[in-house]
Design a protein around this ligand. Sequence first.
Ligand code: C5P
Length: 300
Amino acid sequence: MRILRHPRRPTAHAGVGEPALTIHAPAKLNLTLDVLGRRPDGFHELESLMVTAGWFDTLTFAPADDFALSVTGATGVPTDGSNLVSRAAAALAESAGRTVSGAITLHKRIPHDAGLGGGSSDAAAALLGLNELWGCGLSRIELSEIGATVGSDVPFFLAGSAAGVVRGRGERVEPIAAGPRRWAVLAKPPIGLSTAAVFAAWGGRASANGTARAAASYSGSLAGLAETTVNDLDGPATELEPRLAAERDAFALAGFSRSCLSGSGTSRFALCRSASAARSAAATLRRLRPGPVVAVPLAV
Ligand code: C5P
């Protein structure tokens, strides 16, 4: 996630209302998700191989005396204090000992309730953008500590690495070197699940412990990596929402012997040999099932 600074037009006065920064906030996929146990704080101890995926929300930041968040591209997204962007802004302001200000426009493309980390990625972008706009001068590590109070996936997006093994609640990120360019086909059914409900349905079952194997396979062959994708929440999510079984069936019909839920769902993905293979699989999946399907590059 990079900050794009807008060059100031010579005739314009720098100041209130003029967009200063843009950040493209990617989605993430969990190539694996091991749930290792429930913690005393109610969260779950995780191990996950996470990669960014080329499906982006876009945030622009302009100086303003007050704070305003506007959302385009999707309906029903809250613009009040419950949006993770607003919560990130409030957390940063508190930590920096200042008031919240700035006009943020959030263009949504990443679906919510998808296990794609869209809200967390937006929050990470808000922390990066406002840190710059407000001149706070905090490091990514400091921003990450603030981000972890907003959402478990925020530190991954702030780590500055396109792939990493994530541990703890999600706040400990061990970056791993980018392997060869990989693609996935990714489908979001018109069904949502609450992350908390899926974790509660997990109920202490044994982990597939897939992350170490997947991390070792990450820079190897695609077939080897594809064999290691596994998500301990796949079973619990499908028990909560039996219609998700039809998603797995659709991937099988499209020729994928293995497909995997991302995060707590409800989106599902399969790894593909190339961009054209991912696009062709996306076209097949669009015919087989409802809801958006995209072909995305990984580790963007
Ligand atoms: O941190 P985040 O807001 O993404 O978490 C949403 C919910 O998912 C939490 O309230 C918790 O119920 C569950 N969760 C968990 N263990 C994690 C991450 C999330 O139990 N490591």
